[in-house]
Design a protein around this ligand. Structure first.
Ligand code: TLP
Length: 354
């Protein structure tokens, strides 16, 4: 019996079309710029998001690292929302490896307010230089919240007049675009760099890309190599990413419908705390009333019934369910049955050994 896998959209398996494309991929040495499939992916991906150039990287984390390190110097400050994936989930890589200092502002529904930003930017003089602002769309740790092109522009305008650049962690930018009913291009038009992932909703097995102007991407290519990430016959994996890019964007709305169905179903289960209106993309964030059951115990009991959900930030009371290609509407209904059975069968305040 299979699991209903809602821990992440990173769990998708390559489709038959992806496997065929991988088997047939034309390859070369990417470090010499001679892998035709990687070159095609970089060209097509940058075209789709309306940027001049792109560099294929093994992971979203490396995309963020390349984006941040190619636009900052050691000792610079980088303004980030306190719930940003870069801050919470990336081992502090930008700060440790890049030597930049995080200047955190509160995340308000997925993006920092202009007032918070204004107070984060240092006056010139004996202070660190604030050179970069990072945004995230959709926002993982804010339950898949999205920011509009106008909201993005207001932050970018603010940053640019102060000489700062803006990097967007767009790991799930196509989910944000689908939720807002706009092209991804519109959402990234104003930012200087954007990284997005092929390995999440687009269902490819490996890889992300950093896109931006030619000069910044050329710098990022050097950063990628410094990080140990220049690749050789990467066309084998880039081929699957190309299939994801062309075939998966239009179906993300289905994942969003499933997420909404799950959120609404959860809202009807006593003991679940959720506002289904906030599930606008493929991420559902919810809590279990601790008087009914501890979040860890709920997660464990669900897993025993073959439903897997994840826990935000390792051990927070918030749980996360992510829909994707390998989750059907029937799976969602079955998942709701499991959640209901676990909670209704729960003796008061069950706690899991952590
Ligand atoms: N996020 C993963 C986990 O790390 C939490 C997931 O399952 O959602 N930016 C954002 C907004 C992300 O959600 C992720 C992955 C990344 C960057 C990093 O991508 P990878 O895992 O490819 O390095």
């Amino acid at each position: 019996m299979r699991y209903i896998e809602l821990r992440s959209d990173t769990f998708t398996k390559p489709t038959p079309a992806m496997r065929k494309a991988m088997a047939d991929a034309e390859v070369g040495d990417d470090q010499y710029g001679e892998d035709p499939t990687v070159n095609r992916l970089e060209k097509r991906a940058s075209e789709i998001v309306g940027k001049e150039a792109g560099v294929y990287v093994p992971s979203g984390m490396m995309g963020n690292l390349c984006g941040v390190l190619s636009q900052t110097q050691r000792g610079d400050e980088v303004v980030l929302g306190d719930l940003a994936h870069i801050v919470q989930n990336e081992m502090g890589a930008c700060f440790v490896v890049g030597g930049v200092v995080p200047r955190l502002v509160p995340n308000r529904d997925g993006f920092p307010s202009l007032d918070d930003l204004a107070s984060a930017v240092r006056p010139q003089g004996m202070f660190p230089r604030t050179s970069l602002v990072c945004l995230e769309n959709s926002h993982n740790n804010c339950g898949g919240a999205v920011i509009t092109a106008e909201q993005t522009k207001s932050i970018v305008d603010f940053a640019h007049v102060r000489g700062m650049r803006v990097h967007l962690d767009g790991a799930r930018i196509f989910n944000a675009a689908a939720a807002l009913g706009v092209e991804a291009k519109a959402l990234v038009r104003d930012v200087d760099t954007v990284q997005f992932c092929f390995s999440k909703g687009l269902a490819a097995p490996v890889g992300s890309i950093l896109c931006g102007d030619g000069e910044t991407v050329a710098k990022a290519r050097r950063v990628r190599k410094m990080l140990g990430g220049a690749m050789r016959q990467a066309g084998v994996i880039a081929a699957a990413a190309l299939v994801g890019l062309e075939e998966m964007r239009d179906r993300l709305v289905e994942d969003h419908r499933n997420a909404q169905r799950f959120a609404q179903g959860l809202a009807e289960i006593p003991g679940v705390r959720i506002d289904p209106r906030r599930a606008v993309t493929n991420i559902v964030s919810f809590e279990i009333d601790p008087a009914v059951m501890d979040a860890g115990a709920f997660q464990k009991a669900c897993a025993e019934k073959r439903l897997r959900v994840s826990r935000y930030l390792g051990n927070s009371p918030r749980l996360r369910a992510v829909t994707h290609l390998d989750v059907t509407r029937d799976d969602i209904d079955a998942a709701l049955e499991i959640a209901r059975a676990v909670l209704i069968g729960a003796p008061a305040a069950v706690t899991a050994g952590r």
